[in-house]
Design a protein around this ligand. Sequence first.
Ligand code: NAP
Length: 297
Amino acid sequence: MTILVLGAGGQVGASLRWRALARGQGIIGLNRSELDITDAAAVRHAIADLRPEIVINCAAYTAVDKAEDEPELAMAINGSGAGHVAHACALAAVPLIHLSTDYVFDGTGQGAYREDDPTAPTSVYGVTKLAGEKAVFDAWGKHIILRTAWVFGAMGGNFVKTMLRLAASGQSDLKVVDDQVGGPTPADAIADACLDIAAHVAQADIIPWGTYHFGGAPTVSWFGFAQAILAHYPDMKIAPCTTEAFPRPAPRPANSVLDCARIRAAFGIAQPDWAPYLAQLLRDLGETVSKDGKGIS
Ligand SMILES: NC(=O)c1ccc[n+]([C@@H]2O[C@H](COP(=O)([O-])OP(=O)(O)OC[C@H]3O[C@@H](n4cnc5c(N)ncnc54)[C@H](OP(=O)(O)O)[C@@H]3O)[C@@H](O)[C@H]2O)c1
């Protein structure tokens, strides 16, 4: 089976390439310079020419705060761009796995969010990602929309690397938000979930197309996650703070917890425990971290 990954240079895209190779699955990864999903004709031609058996769209505008100042660009990528990919998949009759986010919810709900809970994004990023979901839904029935949250991995920027960079730069007194909770989700685990779904799509007669949640467990606050990351840095003192004390341009959901029962029932995919993935990432990054933080991007 040949899988085509769009946005292959990002966190999840890179993990997909790595995990597919490790599993002996054929994969083609196109990064932004090779295929820009805002170019509808280019997307159409790429999918028609490469004739993959499934497309996984990881391409996205993910700079949550910057998106507040660049709503048109964020919408062109996350909204219209996702639609271009879905239209091209429909024309070529190729199933699509499209990644989305907990930011489609406002985060005020109690308990874990289910797939059919009402969406109500409060940020430009969330609005544009929800527009992308709708564009995919309208364009092509053979889709899986996979909503995830709090992604971390070896490639690209993420919270783990930010914490390590601050620790390595000698900063000793740090406040981290303790009133936002979620499930940190390893990029490698998302990649494996996508590859498991792709294998299921290739083999099964009946595919339960639709929207699924996939997030890591156990639930933790950003402060709790920071404590786990910095457990090996005893000199680094961190303290909890409120969202109010740490204002950002884009509002964050207070509750990013995703109920992952549906993906387990449909595909047998369990929530990953983020702790062993974090331990492995810290081991992998440990060798590249120097005192001034060089080596962490
Ligand atoms: N990161 C998270 O915490 C998180 C949480 C929930 C959901 N998600 C979703 O998960 C998916 C993957 O996220 P990620 O963390 O892997 O994001 P990422 O690391 O930012 O990767 C996104 C990739 O998309 C590329 N891209 C941007 N604009 C593009 C365009 N017009 N055409 C083609 N490629 C383009 C980016 O390239 P450049 O770097 O060159 O711009 C980047 O390589 C996204 O759908 C995201 O919304 C992420």
